[in-house]
Design a binder for this molecule. Structure first.
Ligand SMILES: Nc1nc2c(ncn2[C@@H]2O[C@H](COP(=O)(O)OP(=O)(O)O)[C@@H](O)[C@H]2O)c(=O)[nH]1
Ligand SMILES: [Mg+2]
Length: 150
């Protein structure tokens, strides 16, 4: 039985979603690009303007299919706009915490639905939260995000 379950999940593969969040300009986009997405462009010498990292202004999803030792992984990276860019930064984390909630609700709906075999798991499994090294501890946006996500 454990072997069957094991074989089945290995064949089907896994969904894993990593989100990065935090203040603007801390290197979130750069980190995810250099960790996971560089080999997507390895054949090309010149990067187009689009591929160069520009300021993130909306929630962006990149998906890469990775296969290692026969195990398939569908890795999704969710890059988020930095906090503190707008004139009014009150609740600037709201779109991001809403996104996380929506993915959970969607999964919950699918799980209670009829087609439970082919559910795509888009929930955010892990969030890397960036903290500015220049501040003294946490800023109000950091605390707000944490409370919003809890
Ligand atoms: N010195 C240095 N600069 C970095 C590093 N990572 C990113 N940057 C630069 O910091 C700026 C902001 O990076 P970006 O990835 O857009 O930050 P984001 O707003 O958190 O997504 C860019 O000009 C990057 O080239 C790093 O590790 N060291
Ligand atoms: Mg960014």
């Amino acid at each position: 039985m454990p072997n069957q379950v094991h074989r089945k999940s290995v064949k089907k593969g896994f969904d894993f979603t990593l989100m990065v969040a935090g203040e603007s300009g801390l290197g979130k986009s750069t980190l995810v690009h250099s960790l996971f997405l560089t080999d997507l462009y390895k054949d090309r010498k010149l990067l187009s303007a689009e591929e160069r990292i520009s300021q993130t202004v909306e929630i962006l999803k990149h998906t890469v299919d990775i296969e290692e030792k026969g195990v398939k992984l569908k890795l999704t990276i969710v890059d988020t706009p930095g906090f503190g860019d707008a004139v009014n930064n009150t609740a600037c984390w709201k779109p991001i915490t809403d996104y996380v909630d929506q993915q959970f609700e969607q999964y919950f709906r699918d799980e209670s639905g009829l087609n439970q075999k082919n559910i795509q798991d888009n929930r955010v499994h892990c969030c890397l939260y960036f903290i500015s090294p220049f501040g003294h501890g946490l800023r109000p946006v950091d605390v707000g995000f944490h409370e919003g996500i809890a």
